[in-house]
Design a protein around this ligand. Structure first.
Ligand code: GDP
Length: 390
């Protein structure tokens, strides 16, 4: 697939930057256009792979932002994007949209810029272009507290209703112990970039390489065309080379490199992808559609293997709407299976965020009422004998 990628806010921009890094490292060609949008000048300086002229600062003349971000305020995030909508539009004008199949907008939903400006950006894209717009959204971890949960729960509603598909990543599920938050983010961003690029770059291959069961961008778009929330699973195995050419641990039993064994191993890899940590933990049987991509040297990916993996997922996910194919990468040092579960509806984490958000909203309202009363009590004399000057 050919993508125009747009990162909004700090996390959104970092994810896009990691996607560019991974595609460059692996010789893929997915992100044909890139843009990052932020209200904080310092965050805009962070990306390593996004060209300088593809970074847009919004809100620098807005009195609540002034180039320093929106302080986690989702309302201000939306306000500054609306205020600078002409500038955002001008940045879109440089995108040759007929060159791309779809547009991907990435954002962290727990902050102010990604969660507030993201939906405004998506509205504009939907107005301007016919191509599908996909969201890639990061859900905050429970440990971040009530405000990020409230931002995320509200922003999720906006994102999901506006995009053609919303691919979710749950920070809570991916948090590991013994790491600083920044170290954790680095690792998560990398993991997410590997999954999203492996999935969406399928089909963008050297045309001299003819693949029997090659995945096509229309297959990916069909699977994403559900308007719902999606999750991605991934597993890979290293390929080892020897003097005779490609050989791998995947075919460790050299005496029995038969098709049946290979097929079982492909199925095993796909099963591992689905049973591994998904970008959004969910009940896989709640998926509406699914797609399997096997990425690696084609001699390791048999038609029988793809078929048995598809059959297995059909039973496990309890849907017949499953597409499977390969993405030939002759020089890859890994064989990877990536599984897209589209329109999953049983995801406990989203319910948890909503409940944390409702508690936070109640508490905020309560505190606001108390605060007003406390200020009133503070500035008023006990018998209320004094009047203000003006
Ligand atoms: P914004 O710039 O106002 O949109 O705010 P940020 O993007 O800095 O943060 C928004 C949310 O994204 C946070 O609440 C975190 O949940 C998450 N987040 C921030 N940075 C990262 C990151 O590098 N990786 C991941 N996975 N999540 C992040």
């Amino acid at each position: 697939m050919k993508l125009a990628t747009i990162g909004v806010g700090n996390a959104g921009s970092k994810i896009i930057d990691r996607m560019l890094e991974f595609e460059q490292e692996t010789g893929r060609n997915l992100c044909r256009h890139v843009l990052v949008i932020n209200s904080a000048r310092t965050d805009l300086a962070k990306p390593d792979y996004v060209p300088e002229d593809r970074r847009v600062l919004i809100g620098d003349t807005h009195q609540k932002a002034k180039g320093h971000g929106v302080g986690g305020d989702v309302e201000v995030g939306a306000e500054v994007a609306k205020h600078d909508i002409d500038e955002i539009r001008r940045a879109f004008d440089d995108v040759e949209i007929h060159e791309v199949d779809a547009i991907l907008v990435a954002a962290g939903l727990g902050g102010g810029t990604g969660s507030g400006a993201g939906p405004v950006v998506i509205d504009e894209l939907q107005k301007m272009y016919d191509e599908p717009v996909y969201g890639l959204g990061i859900l905050p971890g429970e440990y971040e507290g009530g405000r990020p949960a409230l931002n995320a729960a509200r922003s999720l509603q906006s994102f999901v209703t506006k995009v053609d598909n919303f691919i979710a990543f749950d920070n809570d599920a991916w948090r590991s112990r013994g790491q600083t938050i920044e170290e954790g983010y680095e690792e998560m961003n990398r993991e997410l970039a590997v999954r999203i690029v492996t999935l969406l770059a399928a089909g963008e291959i050297d045309e001299t390489e003819v693949a029997e069961n090659a995945m096509d961008s229309s297959d990916i778009m069909r699977t994403l065309d559900t308007d719902g929330v999606s999750s991605i699973g991934y597993a890979s195995t290293r390929i080892e080379q020897d003097g005779e050419g490609l050989l791998d641990r995947f075919r460790e039993e050299r005496d029995d490199p038969g098709e049946a064994t290979d097929a079982a191993k492909i199925k095993g890899l796909v099963r591992r992808a689905v049973n591994s940590r998904l970008t959004l933990p969910c009940e896989i049987s709640s998926a509406d559609r699914a797609l399997i991509v096997l990425s690696g040297p084609s001699e390791l990916i048999s038609r029988k293997g793809i078929e048995s993996a598809r059959q297995w997922l059909e039973d496990a996910a309890d849907t017949v709407d499953i597409l499977a194919g390969d993405d030939p990468r002759p020089n890859a040092d890994e064989l990877a299976a990536v599984v897209l579960l589209s329109n999953v509806t049983e995801t406990p984490r989203i319910k948890e965020i909503q409940s944390q958000a409702v508690d936070a909203q109640d508490k905020i309202e309560e505190l606001e009422a108390v605060r007003e009363q406390e200020i009133e009590d503070l500035i008023t004399d006990d018998d209320d004998k004094l009047d203000p000057v003006v």
